[in-house]
Ligand binder design. Structure first.
Ligand code: LMR
Length: 403
């Protein structure tokens, strides 16, 4: 037995990592360096999804700076908080996300996570524990990291049709057709608002149909809410999430504060799980905490502490809401201007959030980058916040030949 193990061990200078295949760098994040190294003036960055002001910067929000100042003055310890992170942060944020009444429910339990990705991963690990043979169904298209997050956690992933790029519309019929065949106990991943990458929105009626389907067929909705407040408003953007939580016994919600608090690199997120009973929710919580302990032990504190200070300080909370409304107005004004700039872009005016997906072949995306210095994701997704009213004409001129 011992010998067999020794025989399979690498000998001498043999490469212990030889079984690994090289992995491509993340294409979306790779755009950050590509853009930075482009020396052309007039280049336009519509790549990674960060909010940008008119001067192209992604500023730290006023309310965030003020909260950091308060923290610097008043924080007395950096001792451990535990795998749940900052519990007051999660409670205060729950009111913003789920609304007052649902946030009080003892069937819902929530913890701080390391960004929205951490929330998705923690939720995936929970699914792996409770439904090891279930499949998570993700939309086509979706954020390119959704599939890998679940697959890395050992959860099977399949796709449902969602959006028709050519007609720039949600193909709800196709979506329902695919979801009709999903096995009971499977999970549907849904974007709570501001769909990434398409910007497409579902109506209240369509969300009701999805809720009914989940109820009738015993499907579990797993909502990813990463852009609350950047579409139509804080309450409006959370309406679908609240609708599903109200209609169903169980639901999962992964949340990100990256965009609406501008805290990207601080990695601030949260996971909420609704269970059919308070007793079940308590057991879920104990599992979430043990999973978090194994994943990252405890989430990083600084970003969540900022959000907590903003939400518990009335002046900062009010200012954050003003700043968020300004960001939202900027994006929606750009949407209106883009929609008016070319007949083939008219669809952008009715969509919401940071992104729109253009009907471009991959070589057109590369050509726009090489020839015009216009950067976007390989699937034709643009970050609308990367535009300004003055740069729209150059963008549309670069784009038009490819439409
Ligand atoms: C995006 O979609 O551009 C952002 O969510 C950034 C990321 O992590 O991919």
């Amino acid at each position: 037995m011992m010998n067999a193990i020794v025989a399979t061990q690498p000998q001498g200078d043999e490469d212990i990592f030889a079984a690994l295949a090289a992995q491509p760098a993340d294409a979306l994040l790779g755009l950050i360096a590509l853009y930075r190294n482009d020396q052309r003036s007039g280049k336009i960055d519509l790549g990674v999804g960060v909010f940008r002001a008119d001067d192209g910067s992604t500023p730290v929000m006023r309310s965030v700076k003020a909260a950091e100042k308060l923290l610097l003055q008043e924080q007395t310890s950096k001792s451990y908080l535990g795998p749940e992170g900052d519990a007051i942060y999660a409670d205060l944020l729950a009111e913003i996300v789920l609304g007052g009444e649902q946030a009080q429910s003892d069937r819902i339990t929530g913890v701080q996570t390391t960004g929205g990705t951490g929330a998705l991963r923690l939720g995936a690990e929970l699914l792996k524990r409770v439904r090891p043979n279930a499949t998570v169904w993700i939309s086509t298209p979706t954020w390119p990291n959704h599939g890998p997050i679940f697959i890395e956690a050992g959860v099977a992933v399949r796709s449902y049709r969602f959006y028709d790029v050519a007609s720039a519309t949600v193909d709800f019929e196709a979506m329902m057709e695919d979801l009709e065949h999903v096995a009971a106990g499977d999970i549907i991943l849904l974007h709570g608002c501001c769909h990434n990458p398409t910007g497409a929105t579902l109506s209240t009626q369509q969300w009701r149909i999805i809720a009914n389907l989940c109820e009738e067929r015993g499907l579990l909705p797993f909502i990813d809410l990463a852009y609350q407040g950047l579409g139509d408003g804080l309450d409006e953007d959370a309406a679908a999430t609240r609708q599903l939580f109200a209609a169903l016994p169980s639901a999962i919600l992964a949340y990100s504060c990256d965009k609406n608090f501008g805290l990207y690199r601080e990695r601030v997120g949260a996971l909420w799980v609704q269970a059919p009973s308070p007793a079940s929710a308590a057991i879920v919580r104990s599992n979430i905490l043990s999973l978090a302990r194994g994943l990252w032990s405890m989430p990083p504190d600084h970003g969540a502490a900022i959000v907590r200070v903003i939400l518990e300080t009335p002046d900062l909370r009010a200012d954050w809401m003003i700043e968020l409304a300004e960001m939202r107005s900027r994006i929606n004004a750009l949407r209106t201007a883009l929609a008016a700039a070319h007949p083939d872009l008219a669809f952008i005016g009715d969509q919401r959030g940071m992104f729109a997906m253009l009907p471009l072949a991959p070589d057109a995306v590369v050509a726009m980058r090489r020839e015009k210095g216009i950067y976007m994701a390989g699937n034709g997704r643009i970050n609308i916040a990367g535009l300004t009213l003055p740069t729209i004409p150059a963008f549309v001129a670069g784009l038009a030949p490819h439409l």
